[in-house]
Write a protein that binds this ligand. Structure first.
Ligand SMILES: *[C@@H]1O[C@H](CO)[C@@H](O)[C@H](O)[C@H]1NC(C)=O
Ligand SMILES: *[C@@H]1O[C@H](CO)[C@@H](O)[C@H](O)[C@H]1NC(C)=O
Ligand SMILES: *[C@@H]1O[C@H](CO)[C@@H](O)[C@H](O)[C@H]1NC(C)=O
Length: 218
């Protein structure tokens, strides 16, 4: 009898625990304060979710992405070298961003704004990114880390945040990938990205690919 009562108490505690997360969304998606010093150095992409057309299919083809963020002579400008492997091909892009008041901005022929959300993992960066290109706005939610893998708890929290943001379920990268070397000659990045954003045809093909991938992979 005691045992059953204990089980009921336990169950009700569990269900309280389970219903609580809905109300914790406000704190989970509230941007944090972060200095440009905290942004510097190497960041490995761990996983993410995006409504950018093609990103779900591309996300499965990308086996690794890493960033090297460095300071410039201008205190509010950071330089980013982004290196990625798609299948067996490594490529690298370099671009400058404005970083002020815990917010990263690229104001090019498209507009990109990043803020950072809380994370469970001391050496992680949870990135909420909004890209506006013409009349289109896309949202991405990305997890980066100093190390190749992060704890299950940190991934859980990241997935909860994606739920709070009503984003598609994040795709996490395979932690056994080989990362690209740091000596690839980067090309100037923003025009490449803008070309992709501007190609409306790519949007349509991207959405189509995404739906195919989701159908087979989920
Ligand atoms: C980035 O900004 C720095 C400092 O203003 C400048 O010297 C450099 O040429 C810029 N690089 C690119 C790729 O725009
Ligand atoms: C950052 O904050 C300062 C002081 O509050 C403000 O003057 C400045 O415009 C802000 N910059 C951006 C990019 O929001
Ligand atoms: C990041 O860039 C800086 C400046 O170019 C360089 O000194 C450093 O070695 C780079 N780090 C990695 C991991 O490539």
């Amino acid at each position: 009898m005691k045992c059953a009562a204990a089980a009921v108490v336990l169950l009700s505690l569990l269900s309280v625990g389970r219903s609580a997360p809905l109300s914790d969304c406000d704190s989970l998606v509230k941007p944090i304060t972060i200095s440009s010093e905290d942004m510097l150095g190497k960041w490995l992409y761990i996983g993410g979710s995006s409504d950018l057309p093609g990103s779900r299919s591309l996300g499965r083809l990308l086996s690794s992405v890493w960033l090297n963020i460095t300071a410039t002579t201008q205190s509010n400008i950071l330089n980013i070298v982004q290196t990625q492997r798609t299948y067996d091909t490594c490529s690298s892009l370099v671009y400058n961003v404005t970083f002020e008041n815990s917010t990263l901005i690229i104001d090019h022929s498209f507009y990109l704004k990043e803020v950072y959300l809380p994370t469970d993992c001391s050496d992680c960066l949870a990135v909420h990114e909004e890209i506006t290109s013409g009349k289109d706005t896309f949202i991405s939610f990305l997890l980066f880390s100093r190390g190749k893998s992060v704890s299950a708890a940190a991934v859980e929290m990241f997935k909860r945040q994606a739920e709070c943001l009503q984003m598609p379920s994040p795709i996490m990268i395979d932690p056994n990938y080989e990362i690209c070397p740091d000596d690839i000659l980067p090309s100037e990045g923003l025009s490449v990205l803008n070309n992709l954003l501007e190609m409306k045809m790519v949007h349509r093909v991207g959405r189509f690919l995404d739906s195919i991938f989701d159908m087979f992979m989920n």
